[in-house]
Design a protein around this ligand. Sequence first.
Ligand SMILES: Cc1cc2nc3c(=O)[nH]c(=O)nc-3n(C[C@H](O)[C@H](O)[C@H](O)COP(=O)(O)OP(=O)(O)OC[C@H]3O[C@@H](n4cnc5c(N)ncnc54)[C@H](O)[C@@H]3O)c2cc1C
Length: 414
Amino acid sequence: MTYDFVIIGAGAAGIAAARTARAYGKTALVLEARQRVGGRAFTDASLGIPYDAGAAYIHFSDRNPWVREARRLGIETRLWRGWTHHEPWSGGAPISPEDRERRMDGYGRFWEHIETLDDDIPDMSLEAAAAGLDPWSRGTVSNFARLGLGEEPSRLSLYDYLGEWDGPDRIVPDGYGTLVAAAAHDLPIQLGATVKRITARGQGFAVETGQGTVQARAVIVTVSIGVLKAGHIAFEPGLPLPILRALDGMAMGALTKVAMAFDGERFGLQPGDDKILLDAPGGSMTFEVWPYDRNIVLAVTGGDAGRALCAQGEQGAIETAATLFSSIVGQDVRRHLVGGRLAGWWTDPYSEGGYAYVTPGASDARAALMETGIEGLYLAGEATAGGRFGACMTVAGASYAGWDAVKRAVAAMR
Ligand SMILES: Cc1cc2nc3c(=O)[nH]c(=O)nc-3n(C[C@H](O)[C@H](O)[C@H](O)COP(=O)(O)OP(=O)(O)OC[C@H]3O[C@@H](n4cnc5c(N)ncnc54)[C@H](O)[C@@H]3O)c2cc1C
């Protein structure tokens, strides 16, 4: 049969696209390479303690459709207390209360500074935008860039960052990945179907997977730009020049998590006694301690430090995270470690990075990605979300992109 839509990828964008296609009464099939749905929204339970290996926070929750979806599915969400509670450590000790205050003030000064920039300044990197500020401001910008955006501040476009939505975060005790997967439960999804080639043929497309070829009138490609740039999917004819240019102006960050499960020993720390190690190698690393009162610690870093951690492989990364955590708690935590996992999106062939960012000077790249110029072929996902919605880099943004692509395709079919 020829489907109205073949949707590539069963992450948030693919799920939204499939649901929208169904709402319009169109036939659709989702092809997913992994043996699970959710993509980068994944609640990993393999340690016996669930944790979010990818997305964990429902950002801008005052308007995020996943809050409504959680309510519909009966999945609890809670308001997150925010990002300023981490106890900063440096040189083997917590920094002084005075330095902590200077750090917070520095953060505030950066926001004030960028909010008052002239509208007509040329695009520049976040690092350049902070260049004239004091060391505390510059330090907090670097931390924020690596831990919030997954990349070094020198590589991130200020314009792109300014276009992002803000708002209160919510968390999901059962896992954001669990929520996203629940939203996909009744959709036509073929797992283990790695798409290798998409060929425009007559009025439609042939989509080749290891499991056979599927025909479609329209194709929605939701794989990350990391997967696209790596050339894992061949396009015939090839992607047009404006798309290749847009891809050149974007890259994938490397937000990276290491989960460490413990035997019940809590090292004198209470749930929520989260730390940030400012002088971890290559950048800072946060430690989320006993989230939801579970015997697990999540170490998070990003940018080149995240890439270095992924390059160590799972055992090496767990060892590094445990050593750094030991330096905070003052004893060797390895004696109580019962398991660990590296959420190494940077080295994952179905993701090829954490999430997409825009390089300085290429701030129209997200919008450009939305127009392939090939009738019936749409790119949609977190990377394209900033083109029309300021929700890039998020699960919600991916969903918006999925809905939007199908709506545009249906309009074009009419
Ligand atoms: C560590 C980390 C933390 C994050 N934290 C947050 C957060 O707190 N809040 C938030 O909102 N967002 C967060 N994000 C971002 C969020 O996870 C993503 O923006 C969103 O999940 C992307 O959805 P997507 O559908 O665009 O892409 P994906 O989820 O990547 O979906 C694409 C799918 O395509 C599949 N695929 C790849 N190649 C092929 C192929 N050849 N054939 C078939 N299928 C293929 C993949 O397996 C995947 O399932 C985080 C991301 C990471 C990595």
